[in-house]
Ligand binder design. Structure first.
Ligand code: PLP
Length: 369
């Protein structure tokens, strides 16, 4: 089976972990051990942000971000429904109400027009997601936020190395949240990072990361234990160094697959808007005019042939049993996309021959339309 994603771990990561274990410094009481600090410095430089705060998951990053930008109990937070559930779950955990809005059918990312229509007096923040590693359209969202005095959180969990308006993603947001889960473009096993240019938000985030403590046993804020262990940070330092090569391989595979699939008239291929570069975390296609059953059959058949095709995401959040209570209206583009899309493997471990094989299998199963 060619998996949809696979961690790329080598000797250097293993050596880095052993070194930490031998050092005896496994963590730091306030979450700022030597490896964590180095990883934060390196990551901040990579995404051109003033601050980076390492945490133990992307979900932790989002939860902290919602609190740190000042979202209060009962506030509304505008976000897409076509994303991983953590994007919405953390809004609810912070005591706010998720307001789901529709997506752009070409990019699958949150529609700025829909965001604009959803702003009310109760809006506390906007969350945009760089879905599949394709940058969300942050410029108009930034304008809407500034007009209403709102904060913008960018869920960049899938977008390490992605570029928007010729700058690393996250540049237009107040905070950007990253994940280092094992499937991601770079991994620490589990882990996350928050980046920001705002000194005050950064200070708050560092406090929230470790029980709201500036000094031990004297909490000045409501916090949590969201600290990243030193072993993870050591892996992250090595993975970040290797990331440019990983991204190159993903791009090469994505471009080859695009060349193979372009003749298929009934397949919508991934977009890379002007001034943007995708991180190619997921190579996602849409079977135009398919219903859920037809799409699922194609995915099942690909799996039978050893191709780890997957659907991200089969159920938009507003249609999930727990979240139905938050969504009133329909989200037609979101619902349609969830029935028609599927993703194909382009990770660095996929060979040229495997890309050919994937292209041929998809062409045969989807047909020439
Ligand atoms: C869009 C999105 N948001 C949030 C997360 C949560 O990150 P994590 O799994 O590190 O908690 C993920 C990844 O799993 C994700 O893909």
């Amino acid at each position: 089976m060619i998996p949809i994603n696979a961690p790329q771990i080598g000797e250097e990561e293993i050596e880095a972990v052993v070194k930490v274990l031998k050092s005896g410094v496994l963590t730091h009481a306030l979450g700022a051990g030597p490896m964590v600090k180095k990883f934060e410095e390196d990551f901040a430089r990579f995404v051109e942000a003033k601050h980076a705060i390492a945490v133990n998951s992307g979900t932790a990053a989002l939860h902290m971000a919602v609190a740190a930008v000042g979202v209060k109990q009962g506030d509304e937070v505008i976000l897409p429904s076509f994303t991983f559930v953590a994007t919405a779950e953390t809004v609810v955990l912070a005591g706010a109400k998720p307001v789901f809005v529709d997506i752009d059918p070409e990019t699958y990312n949150i529609s700025p027009e829909a965001v604009n229509r959803a702003v009310t007096k109760k809006t506390g923040a906007i969350v945009a997601v760089d879905l599949y590693g394709s940058p969300a359209d942050l410029k108009p969202i930034r304008e809407i936020a500034d007009k209403h005095g709102l904060k913008v959180i960018e869920d960049a969990a899938q977008a390490h190395g992605a570029v928007y308006d010729n700058r690393p993603v996250g540049s237009y947001a107040d905070v950007a949240c990253w994940s280092f889960y094992a499937s991601k473009n770079m991994t620490t096993g589990e882990g996350g990072m928050i980046t920001t240019n705002d000194d005050e938000i950064a200070e708050k985030l560092r406090l929230i990361r470790s029980h709201g403590e500036k000094e031990k046993y004297k909490s000045i804020l409501l916090g949590h234990n969201y600290r990243m262990p030193e072993i993870e940070a050591a892996i992250g330092i090595v993975q970040l160094k290797r990331l440019p090569k990983f991204l190159e391989r993903r791009r090469e595979n994505a471009e080859k697959l695009t060349a193979k699939l372009r003749p298929l008239k009934n397949l919508q291929l991934p977009l890379e808007p002007k001034g943007c570069r995708n991180s190619w975390y997921l190579y996602t296609v849409r079977v135009k005019d398919a219903d859920r059953k037809k799409r699922d059959t194609i995915v099942e058949r690909l799996k039978k042939e050893g191709i780890g095709a997957e659907v991200y995401y089969p159920w938009p959040i507003h249609l999930m049993p727990y979240y139905r209570k938050f969504g009133k209206g329909r989200l037609p583009e979101t619902e349609k996309a969830s029935e028609q899309v599927f993703s194909l493997p382009v990770h660095p471990g996929v060979t040229v021959e495997q890309i050919d094989f994937i292209g041929e299998a998809v062409s045969r199963l989807v047909g020439r339309g």
